[in-house]
Ligand binder design. Structure first.
Ligand SMILES: C[S@@+](CC[C@H](N)C(=O)[O-])C[C@H]1O[C@@H](n2cnc3c(N)ncnc32)[C@H](O)[C@@H]1O
Length: 193
């Protein structure tokens, strides 16, 4: 789902980048996102700051997708050689070949997507066997509290960390590491089936 104007501004604020770099990306690194020269897909790449952080891994290929063309236009301005950004719905990634990615990274987008379970199914399809999914998400309670306070207008989805864990296991992932802090969950999951 498209971001409301106020969340669009918040997501492109320097404070958001500070949190993404010093908290979320570090968390991913400590859960094992350290391998260089991989085929990486970032889902919901927003304005591309995640790509800037992931460039430290010198990916063999990097593709960032986002539903909002405005975000993709901003992402293109980082001038990261070889990095690709495309407008695409993560629930229907049919332009991405099956088993073509080794790592998928999600910085907080599933709680925006009513059919977030389809996104997990698509992650399973595009990841090669032994591929890994790194995801960071707020629990549903946090999302609802934010909406009350800041009127960010997230969709009425049934997203929760518990449902997320159930779904990724159901789709053939093993949760190899996870960390929960203040209602936010960070996961490293391995595709085993
Ligand atoms: C909370 S923002 C996070 C952006 C960025 N990952 C970050 O951490 O700053 C959620 C992003 O997911 C994107 N998004 C929402 N629904 C989507 C969908 N169905 N497919 C792809 N991207 C989507 C939004 O456009 C937005 O850029």
């Amino acid at each position: 789902m498209r971001l409301s104007n106020v969340e669009f501004m918040a997501m492109n604020h320097p404070l958001r980048r500070f949190v993404q770099k010093h908290l979320e990306f570090r968390n991913f690194q400590s859960l094992g996102l350290v391998d260089k020269y991989r085929n990486i897909l970032e889902i919901g790449c927003g304005s591309g700051y995640g790509a800037v952080l992931l460039s430290a891994l010198q990916p063999k290929t990097y593709l960032g997708i986002d539903l909002m063309p405005e975000q993709i236009a901003l992402a293109g301005k980082w001038h990261l050689p070889g990095f690709e950004f495309k407008t695409m719905d993560a629930a229907e990634m049919k332009d991405i070949p099956s088993q073509s990615k080794e790592i998928i990274v999600i910085f907080g987008i599933l709680h925006h997507i009513p059919d977030w379970r389809n996104v997990i199914g698509e992650c399973r399809r595009v990841l090669a066997g032994g591929g890994r999914l790194f995801a960071e998400e707020p629990d549903g309670n946090i999302v609802r509290r934010f909406d009350k306070l800041f009127h960010w207008r997230h969709p009425e989805a049934d997203f929760s960390l518990e449902a997320f864990e159930r779904e990724i296991r159901h789709c053939g992932f093993d949760i190899v590491r996870k960390r929960k802090l203040a209602g936010f969950g960070t996961y490293a999951a391995l595709l085993t089936q």
